[in-house]
Ligand binder design. Structure first.
Ligand SMILES: Nc1ncnc2c1ncn2[C@@H]1O[C@H](COP(=O)(O)OP(=O)(O)OP(=O)(O)O)[C@@H](O)[C@H]1O
Ligand SMILES: [Mg+2]
Length: 214
């Protein structure tokens, strides 16, 4: 075994306290003096690798969203998928308090505030992102047989079978569950798939996965 593989996990961000939220369960809180610089971002989430290494269950990066509902909905979906071996494992929900920009509707402009609150969760890191995809044809028909690569085909077939019924609604008040089972079937382009311990997995559990846009 190489030396680096024995290195201890030294997270870039360390929580200042942990509390139990009635809906979200254990939440790690982080207080930052500066706005964190992310290591990857897309339309909805900001990703911080937090010095974690891929494929390590006990090491975790952090994914942040604008609202607690969006964060908790994504967390619950990833947990369901991870338990089925279709996503990297998740740990806890998090709350980040740091300087940032806030939109003032009354003035129709963005202002810099010292304490902006953002919500998210801890996730282990996948690797090999950007090499696999489900593809438009398969997504449009929700048809795994349209996927040529067998690993991705099996992943898509398995994730379509999972239910999101009862999980948080992305754009409703925290604690509002989905009444229908909306399938995790969309937005599975190259940047949203990777590998966990040699198996193809989904890494983006944001609202696009269930066909919802903010
Ligand atoms: N579990 C993970 N392991 C490694 N890298 C990750 C992980 N999750 C996210 N990333 C990185 O962060 C980027 C953004 O994360 P994610 O895809 O979840 O955000 P998004 O805003 O919802 O993206 P999109 O534009 O697809 O809607 C990913 O493309 C990837 O590079
Ligand atoms: Mg993405």
């Amino acid at each position: 075994m190489s030396k680096s593989s024995n290195r201890k996990f030294s997270p870039r961000y360390v929580p200042t306290r942990t509390f139990t939220h009635p809906v979200m369960g254990r939440v790690d809180c982080y207080n930052l003096a500066r706005e964190p610089i992310c290591d990857g971002s897309g339309a909805q989430a900001m990703f911080y690798d937090n010095n974690a290494r891929p494929n390590r269950k006990r090491e975790y990066g952090i994914k942040l969203f604008n609202t607690a509902s969006e964060a908790f909905a994504a967390y619950q979906r990833q947990k369901i998928a991870a338990d089925a071996g279709l996503a990297p494992p998740v740990r806890r929900m998090v709350c980040f308090v740091a300087p940032g920009l806030r939109y003032l509707p009354s003035a129709d402009r963005w202002v810099r505030v010292p304490q902006k609150v953002r919500w998210g969760y801890q996730t282990s890191l996948a690797y090999g992102i950007g090499k696999l995809e489900v593809g438009m044809a398969a997504e449009e028909m929700q048809e795994p047989d349209f996927i040529p690569e067998s690993g991705v085909r099996n992943l898509y077939r398995a994730i379509l079978r999972l239910s999101t019924k009862g999980t948080q609604s992305d754009f409703k008040r925290l604690g509002t569950p989905r009444r229908a089972n909306v399938r995790m079937s969309n937005d599975l382009h190259q940047e949203n798939l990777g590998f966990w311990r040699k198996r193809p997995v989904v890494i983006d559990f944001g609202s696009h996965l269930v066909g919802e846009v903010a």
